[in-house]
Design a binder for this molecule. Structure first.
Ligand code: S3P
Length: 171
């Protein structure tokens, strides 16, 4: 268990923070969305359209299970839906230290309200979709996390520093 895992809603900055943290701490960066796409041989959007969301969720659980079996230390950015399954939340506890990057629905909407790569936001009213998903998910992200980092209004550099210094304290 020496991984650092970033969880949180789509658009909260997991990948951007993860890549920068990986430079800062000199650890490799992994992204469960990318690992799922490699495993499925298609993009997440294609998987949702051609095979349905349950197929993607099953792949996501396989990917995090494989990561739990690895012995090396990595910075891992997760897909926003990964911590929703109880089974995955349990696995996360074994995989490493988990940080929840908490953002408000307003911040999320500003960043990705018009994104076309995220199938869950391809709807008439992405703003209300973000708000309702956030309400459901925030308690689950909090339950899965060892630490919550509020990201609104902070630049990536300060978020990276905050996580790096917490890692020193917590390990
Ligand atoms: C999802 C988040 C996405 C991706 C998929 C589903 C979700 O990842 O896994 O579109 O359920 O929140 P990001 O959080 O990296 O956008």
């Amino acid at each position: 268990m020496h991984n650092i895992i970033l969880i949180g809603f789509m658009g909260c900055g997991k990948s951007t923070v993860g890549v920068r943290l990986s430079y800062h701490l000199r650890l490799p960066f992994l992204d469960t969305d990318k690992l799922c796409e490699q495993k499925m041989g298609k993009t997440i959007r294609e998987a949702f359209e051609q095979d349905g969301e349950p197929f993607f969720r099953k792949t996501e659980t396989e990917v995090i299970t494989d990561l739990a079996d690895r012995k090396d230390a990595n910075i891992i950015a997760t897909g926003g839906g990964l911590p929703l399954r109880e089974e995955n939340r349990k696995i996360l506890k074994d995989v490493g230290l988990t940080f929840y990057l908490r953002a408000t629905p307003e911040t999320i909407f500003d960043r990705i309200g018009h994104d076309t790569k995220r199938p869950l936001l391809l709807c008439e009213d992405p703003k209300s979709r973000i708000e309702s998903l956030m309400k459901e998910r925030d308690p689950l992200y909090t339950a899965a996390a060892d630490h919550v980092i509020d990201v609104d209004g902070k630049d990536f550099r300060s978020i990276v520093r905050e996580i790096a210094s917490l890692c020193k304290e917590l390990t």
